[in-house]
Design a protein around this ligand. Sequence first.
Ligand SMILES: [Fe+2]
Length: 429
Amino acid sequence: MGCLDIPNETVFTMEMTPIKVGAGATNEVAYDLKRLGVRHALIITDHGIMKLGLPEQVRTLLQEEGISADIYDDVHVEPTDKSFEAIASFVSGRDYDGFVAIGGGSSIDSAKAANLFTTYPAPVMDYVNKPVGKGVHVPGPLKPLVAIPTTAGTGSETTAVAIMDVLSLKVKTGISHRYLRPTMAIIDPLNTVTLPPMATAYPGFDVLTHALESYTSRPYDARPRHKPDERPVYVGSNPISDLWCEKALEYLGRYFRRAVLNGMDVEARTHMALAATYAGIGFGNAGVHVPHSIAYPIAGLVKNFSPPDYPQDEPMIPHGLSVIVTAPATFRWTYPVSPERHLRAAQLLGANVNGLTAAEMPEVLPRMLLSLMRDTGIPNGLSALGYGEGDVAALIDGTLKQQRLLVNCPRSVGTEELQQIIHNSFEYW
Ligand SMILES: [Fe+2]
């Protein structure tokens, strides 16, 4: 029984969604829903994707195989507690036996919520992570959910979290439980070829930060031991999540610029779609840390930034932009914890790391990120998004609420460290 005395964790978990990949994979959606026993499905998407016609095509494919399907296209881009409540009341009393999510993370996360609230109805805040919500565990398995991502970004098709803003508190949080993970994902690169450049670039940086944050997260065996039912969804970097992150970084280095510059480059689109899923598998188990934590208040406190290639009806900072903007400063700061991982990541992204001086080494990964940011038209730091000195306290305050993510940071991080990272993120070039 000596092992019970070991203070650190010795066990890690690795869970992922079964995946079907390839050009035209969407055409097999009815086969898979039938196989999963679905007869009456709800397709969940947003207005933008609806206009492109894919949800109607999927409905037709399902109907041809005798599966009836309704479409809910009212997903809020960057979901909120109110939009989760709206979808929960839409599904209540309707007898859907399965769900199809079509879109980016917002649609897939909303479908996870719809599935949860149909199967185990409860007020939204019951399931929301502590301390914002009650953190009630999902009681049991959910209904089949097939996710069809149309961006190469969030990796939500393979993760166990549904992210949303709690509007009254101006805080981003979510629901995390392994039962939220979709039953399967259909990764069809042809669904991403029409994305305009910035709707390719921002999600691409989400992929990049997922891979880098997971790869550098506090290792699973440098954490306290957990009982099996209390082990968090994010367990820390481990030998298996590392594999997925490394491959995602390699694909990003080779194909990210190409996908942004020429959307019809199917080879680049295919590898970006794979990179998004690989990084999703990596971070869905290891976890993300500082850039994703600061991203929450950066997006939540938006002033007047309106990104190109996005709906212009309200100011917003897309998730991928909110995460990349502090990444160069963060990875300069985390470098001393694991120099070899930072150098390896830079190398996978395409940097030559041979013959660097000791002074150059901590800079090589930030430099690779800045080069990708400049090449793809990312604004120059937090100041270009409208933030200044007067916002630092509020940004730190919002970040410190993300303890669920900050525990994944390889260094201990508090007000002073965040101040330094935020100051170094105001302007890069
Ligand atoms: Fe993300």
